[in-house]
Design a protein around this ligand. Structure first.
Ligand code: CMC
Length: 391
């Protein structure tokens, strides 16, 4: 027995103290270690943001160079891991592959599964951030039947990722710096988001003392769902299904209908009851990328913009404070870059890895208790077993 607070969905329970990320949902504000996301997206870059999230301060030039060198030295995957990929069906969802491969890292990098050794925690952190792009790019290459492309350490983080995804041995591939910048910004915008479902999953898994690779695999699994990271894939599929601006009212009507399970994907957020600040940056990026690629008239972008306009003027969405979230525009950019929708959530997982690992490290360093929610039991009261012939 005991008295517990009943809070399904954890809408009002703080499960931990954290110094990493702050969200003011009413103002639509997101800060990483105190720095506004808009400033970081404009002036910083992903690896610097990784450093900030992990160690609490922006690095000076020497610290940044050292961090970038350390990450760069770990971009290769153990060669044996290729066999692991080859065991999957070609049509496997990239998230299924990423989830499996990240979990399998505990077998390939056994030395950094010792969570009590601060140095090994650091090595695991660097390995995860460095190898995630290779893991995700190879999941993509495998699904399209192309050879794996090894990382290139002379390229920056985002350019190297694009290279591993789109280069083929048959011809030269040059990464467009504008696309690399847009890619890097997508990584930055997704880097952390305090105690969302997947981060809480990572913390809960880690609270038992499980190794970091197993914990991140748990985070990947949780992120996959359409209510969470899977929303970017679901959103683009929805925009394509709507297809033309004239069909928008039909979908708005469905989203408002209590008897229809359909929701506007990329809309609404547990914490933001005002604009998601990430969505604003993403919308601007979508405009830039599509302009660069000469596809400003992209019908999906037009449907997205019009859908946003109509929803924001609609009584239902106003009253429920439903605004576009980070996933609303990201898919349009990723599609324009050449990624299939099935890759979107894997890209999210790759970007969020730093947030998961920063939160995992913070939890370990604070020597947290094992996470162990209680319940309100609503099942049968005590009863005696009945032999099968008497049932
Ligand atoms: N379309 C239509 N109605 C909605 C939507 C939507 N997208 N989102 C919420 N509502 C309604 C919902 O029906 C409910 O109405 P009522 O109070 O009458 O029952 C009310 O708004 C509150 O919704 P909720 O589901 O209780 O709110 P929540 O905080 O549990 O859910 C959410 C947040 C993000 C899961 C939800 O808004 C949603 O399903 N959105 C669509 C999926 C999506 O875009 N997810 C990405 C979130 S941001 C990135 C990430 O987390 O990975």
């Amino acid at each position: 027995a005991g008295v517990f607070t009943f809070d399904p969905g954890f809408t009002s329970t703080a499960a931990c103290e954290s110094k990493i990320t702050f969200i003011d949902g009413d103002k639509g504000e997101l800060l990483y270690r105190g720095y506004p996301i808009e400033q970081l997206a404009e002036k910083s870059h992903y690896l610097e943001v990784c450093y900030l999230l992990l160690y609490g301060e922006l690095p000076d030039a020497a610290q940044l160079e050292d961090f970038e060198n350390r990450v760069t030295r770990h971009t290769m995957l153990h060669e044996q891991m290729q066999y692991f990929y080859r065991g999957f069906r070609r049509d496997a969802h990239p998230m299924a592959i990423v989830c499996g491969v990240v979990g399998a890292m505990s077998a390939f990098y056994h030395d950094s599964t010792d969570i009590n050794d601060p140095w090994q925690r650091e090595v695991a952190t660097i390995r995860l951030i460095a190898k995630m792009p290779t893991i995700v790019a190879w999941a993509f290459k495998y699904s399209i039947g192309q050879p794996f492309v090894y990382p290139r350490n002379d390229l920056d983080y985002a350019s190297n990722f694009l290279h591993m995804c789109f280069a083929v041995p048959a011809e030269e591939y040059h990464v467009d710096p504008v696309l690399a910048r847009a890619m890097d910004r997508i990584f930055t915008l997704h880097a952390d988001h305090e105690q969302n479902a997947s981060t809480s999953t990572v913390r809960l898994a880690g609270s038992s003392g499980a190794n970091p690779f197993a914990c991140i695999a748990a985070g990947v699994a949780c992120l996959w769902g359409p209510a969470h990271g899977g929303a970017n894939e679901a959103c683009l599929n929805m925009l394509r299904e709507i297809g033309t601006v004239d069909r928008i009212p039909e979908y708005i009507k469905r989203a408002k209908d209590k008897d229809d399970p359909f929701r506007l994907m990329g809309f609404g957020h547990r914490v933001y009851k005002n604009f998601d600040p990430r969505a604003k940056v993403m919308k601007q990026s979508a405009d830039e990328v599509l302009h660069l690629l000469g596809i400003d008239d992209n019908p999906t972008l037009q449907v997205a913009k019009e859908l946003e306009r109509i929803a924001l003027e609609d009584e239902y969405f106003i009253e429920k404070k439903l605004y576009p979230n980070v996933d609303f525009y990201s898919g349009i950019i990723l599609e324009a870059m050449g990624f299939p929708t099935s890759m979107f959530t894997a890209l999210f997982a790759m970007s969020r890895t730093v947030g998961w690992i920063a939160q995992w490290k913070e939890m370990i360093e604070e020597k947290s208790k094992i996470g162990r929610p209680r319940q309100l039991y609503t099942g049968p009261v005590r009863r005696d077993y009945v032999e099968v012939e008497n049932r």
